[in-house]
Ligand binder design. Sequence first.
Ligand SMILES: NC(=O)c1ccc[n+]([C@@H]2O[C@H](COP(=O)([O-])OP(=O)(O)OC[C@H]3O[C@@H](n4cnc5c(N)ncnc54)[C@H](OP(=O)(O)O)[C@@H]3O)[C@@H](O)[C@H]2O)c1
Length: 212
Amino acid sequence: MKIALVGATGNIGRQIARHALAHGHQLTVIVRSAQNLPSELTGAHPVIAALDDRDALAAAIAGHDVLASAYGPRPGDDIGQIATVAGQLVAAARQAQVPRVVVVGGAGSLEVAPGVQLVDTPGFPEAYKPYALAAREALKQLQAVEDIDWTFFSPAAEIGPGDERGQYRVQAKTFLADAEGHSRISYADYGAAFVAELEAGKYPKQIITAAY
Ligand SMILES: NC(=O)c1ccc[n+]([C@@H]2O[C@H](COP(=O)([O-])OP(=O)(O)OC[C@H]3O[C@@H](n4cnc5c(N)ncnc54)[C@H](OP(=O)(O)O)[C@@H]3O)[C@@H](O)[C@H]2O)c1
């Protein structure tokens, strides 16, 4: 496949890039600087384009099968950019006639009961709330899109460094936790799950998640 990836220099994006390259895909990484690209990106084709420059972004992704994004605001950035960027990605994909957009989402938008999202539950950590609410706004924007096959791929509640087990569960819409109530996945396994969905395209126009 020809995959274009935004956010490839981040914790999650690096793992998506690593798995995409390991699976033999042609990978274009959309970066804001070509300096100090992580080793995971050796073999990827870097293109410098600003996310708010629709023409440049569309030119960078033209001819690709899918636009993937692991964008996340860096410390000090406006968290609301999570939603803004989702709109910018869709607009660029539309202009470039790229038929699919798959973005890293947020666990807060997953349902814990019919009609009840995790972010609205009493125990949801205050520190993560602004991110979860911005991610929900991004999801709302995607849910209004009809002409592009978007997927909002939320990590488990906890995602971080750790082993690659090669085993995880994926499901649509609802929050996934293990028997002890823990919802977690390593960056490496999430990257594998994300690339598997890029390949399979099993969940168009849905919110999905991956967890152990
Ligand atoms: N449990 C959960 O639901 C959960 C947990 C963790 C993360 N997340 C979500 O996952 C996403 C990624 O997380 P992460 O930990 O991988 O983030 P990260 O390590 O901070 O990486 C952020 C990525 O976004 C890029 N970026 C930031 N601002 C940009 C801009 N203006 N233009 C172009 N690229 C820009 C960064 O590029 P530079 O290297 O150029 O800065 C980097 O590649 C976030 O949206 C976060 O909310 C969800």
